[in-house]
Ligand binder design. Structure first.
Ligand SMILES: O=C(O)CCC(=O)C(=O)O
Ligand SMILES: [Fe+2]
Length: 348
């Protein structure tokens, strides 16, 4: 009797998922350092990373009109410091192709930002290829995301970073969008699939161990990531790992990236998940093909925001949106055999 009740407790269930997948060490890293890197043996079933990379090269070609040059990186090298991705622009070239003005220069107050520290940021990739739904549902990713932010986690955005050789470091920052002081518990989980090898020369992401516990964002001075050999390497730790690895960090964790000195491209795909009361970046409600929900089950619908009630502007919408959310939450709770949490926390 007591055993059955314990088995249904969401915390026990989350911990069981972690243990069944052998992820205890990565949970320890998340707790102690605020980030972890899961190796390809665990994170890369059926060459997921290669399939994601192939899909992203196709998407980039479709969106930008030019196939990325993975070997030399010439298509992405030393791009101007554009503010990309924030209002849906794709690569600068697309703006040129459509005869639009190029996006405005980035507003960073960084003296050494001379070219883009972001590269090409392509968002809303989920519908372009089913491999991205598979990446979202990858069991080790879900187990650690659930550990950090619970079973009611929702996808805020899924996108790609495609970077060529450049000179600018990506300044340190926290992915948290909540006001300071930041909460000690995670409100966001950022998951990065490494689709090419990450090391110093290739412009790896870096992170500051323990910074998730400081519950604040870096000041402008702290955010400035010095050149690697001139102090940068003491500011943050490189996430050095082969393609096929999966890095996950707590929303508070300070991180950035060093510039890429080697030819070629650094490609990663990020799966950014948040607690359901946080306004997501991408909007999935009512837009996900039913066959994906049928294939991946009721958690996919919850991850894709279907358990949330979006803003409404009529009483009718209030009723129908709430009914829709209840339906998806009930289906997921039935599959779990336990409640997700207080309903009023979930729907908003
Ligand atoms: O380009 C990078 O490696 C950093 C990416 C980043 O800040 C993020 O994924 O939140
Ligand atoms: Fe970030």
């Amino acid at each position: 009797m007591a055993e059955a009740a314990t088995a249904l407790d969401p915390r026990d269930r989350a911990w069981n998922d972690v243990c069944e997948l052998g992820l205890e060490d990565y949970v320890a890293d998340l707790d102690a350092k605020g980030f972890c890197v899961i190796p390809p043996e665990i994170a890369n079933p059926n060459n997921l990373a290669d399939r994601m990379l192939a899909a992203l090269l196709d998407i980039a070609e479709q969106r930008n009109g030019e196939r990325p040059d993975v070997v030399t990186g010439a298509t992405h090298a030393n791009r101007p410091p554009l503010l990309q991705g924030f209002d849906g622009q794709k690569f600068a070239k697309e703006a040129e192709m459509e005869g639009k003005d190029a996006p405005p220069p980035i507003m960073l107050k960084e003296p050494n930002v001379v070219d883009s520290p972001f590269g090409d940021r392509m968002n809303l990739i989920l519908y372009d290829n089913e491999v991205f739904a598979e990446a979202l549902m990858n069991p080790p990713l879900l187990a650690l995301v659930t550990y950090l932010i619970g079973y009611s986690a929702v996808l805020s955005s899924m996108g790609c970073w495609m970077k060529g050789p450049n000179r600018s470091n990506f300044p340190l920052h926290s992915d948290s969008a909540v006001p300071e002081p930041l909460p000690p518990q995670a409100y966001q989980a950022q998951c990065t699939y490494l689709l090419t090898d990450f090391n110093r020369e290739n412009g790896a992401t870096c992170a500051v161990p323990g910074s998730h516990k400081w519950c604040r964002k870096p000041t402008e001075r702290e955010a400035t990531l010095l050149p690697y050999e001139e102090g940068g390497k003491d500011q943050a730790v490189l996430l050095e790992a082969p393609a096929g690895s999966l890095a996950i960090w707590h929303g508070n964790t300070w991180h950035g990236a060093f510039n890429r000195t080697a030819p070629g491209l650094r490609v990663s795909a990020t799966v950014y998940l948040v607690r359901p009361f946080i306004r997501p970046i991408e909007d999935y409600i009512g837009k996900v093909p039913q066959h994906l929900i049928d294939k991946y089950g009721p958690r996919l619908a919850i991850l894709l925001q279907h358990g949330c009630v979006p803003e409404y502007s009529t009483q009718g919408d209030r009723v129908s949106f709430t009914q829709r959310a209840r339906k998806y939450v009930a289906a997921y709770e039935e599959s779990l055999g336990s409640a997700l949490g207080p309903k009023k926390d979930l729907y908003h």
